[in-house]
Design a protein around this ligand. Structure first.
Ligand SMILES: [Mn+2]
Length: 324
């Protein structure tokens, strides 16, 4: 963290010339980061996953990465709260979108996602992703292939631990169950935050496996500080993955999503929760479920890009050891 902006600028590692251009011009990348295909030498890869074959209801998140890239030009490059720039502390690049061999087969497409992330983890880089529907989190975690089970900090209005239904166990309502059952995620070091709505009957697995579920009502009863403290205590010093479904926010703040549920947190409350997580060993994260066809004036994509930036900053702080 650095109060001296001149020092910060001087140590910039990937302040690409594009970042200094007007945000409405040039070829759009996440936060204006340099675009490249090569993973070697990278600390953090930014990745788009334009995929929505896993939705249980309204499609449209395949359009998410492009619009999040667009709105992200209003977000970087400096984080006033943590007084740092991920682009100064780390080598960060936009790796583009996961290329799909087929866009018509859920299982095949998820194996394309897994392969792409395996390449990133083999290069020793962290990955921060923009979805896409939430089904992508499971193949991302498989591809990242963490050496030990990760703790999961999952913001959502749904637990996404449902059993298979309508002929698939890979849809966007069950990635967290899949990740626990595959031994990738440690349920005892997992929290699901902001949960609400009428799908509760689908989430028995969360309770049975020992995941800590914090419904939205409890979040407001406890307050942000106590929830942060519980997150930190529960995930401890081990590796952590952060998955943020934009439908965790109230639809007033994020209408552009396939399965909105009223009564959620504000975008400011989400940012405050994330800002309480500096110092954790963040190995990656994603921001999913932004569906531009239902958005109004880009507010959901902007909220998504802002949250993605906060997660990027947490990862950069973790990577550079500059944690607050
Ligand atoms: Mn979700």
């Amino acid at each position: 963290m650095d109060n001296n902006l001149k020092t910060l600028a001087a140590k910039a590692k990937t302040f690409a010339p594009e970042m200094m251009q007007p945000p409405y011009s040039g070829i759009t990348t996440f936060f204006g980061a340099p675009c490249q295909r090569e993973t070697s030498g990278l600390d953090i890869a930014l990745v788009g996953v334009p995929f929505d074959l896993g939705v249980t209801n309204r499609s449209g998140t395949r359009m998410g990465p492009r619009e999040i890239r667009n709105q992200s030009r209003l977000v970087g490059v400096y984080n006033h709260y943590s007084r740092m720039s991920p682009f100064a502390d780390c080598r960060v690049a936009d790796l583009g979108d996961v290329p799909f061999q087929t866009t018509y087969d859920l299982k095949e497409a998820q194996s394309d996602i897994e392969s792409f992330y395996r390449r990133i983890s083999s290069a020793g880089a962290l990955a921060i992703s923009a979805g896409g529907d939430h089904s992508i989190t499971y193949p991302i975690l498989k591809g990242l292939a963490p050496k030990e089970k990760v703790g999961l900090i999952h913001f959502d209005s749904h637990c996404d631990t449902s059993p298979p239904f309508h002929g698939s166990g890979l849809h966007h309502g069950c990635p967290m169950r899949n990740a626990v059952e595959a031994g990738l995620v440690d349920p005892e070091r997992t929290l699901q935050i902001g949960i609400r709505g009428t799908a509760e009957l689908l989430w028995q697995f969360s309770y049975d496996s020992g995941i800590r579920v914090i419904h939205i009502e409890e979040l407001y009863e406890l307050g942000i500080r106590k929830v942060i403290s519980e997150i930190r205590n529960r995930v401890g010093d081990g590796p952590v993955y952060i998955s943020f479904d934009i439908d965790c926010l109230d639809p007033a703040f994020a209408p552009g999503t396939g399965t909105p549920v009223v009564g959620g947190m504000s975008s400011f409350e989400a940012l405050q929760l994330l800002r309480g997580l500096y110092g954790l060993r963040v190995i990656g994260g994603d921001l999913v479920e932004v569906a531009p066809p239902y958005d109004c004036g880009g507010i959901t994509a902007l909220a998504g890009a802002t949250i993605m930036f906060e997660i990027l900053c947490l990862a950069a702080a973790s990577r550079s050891g500059a944690a607050k």
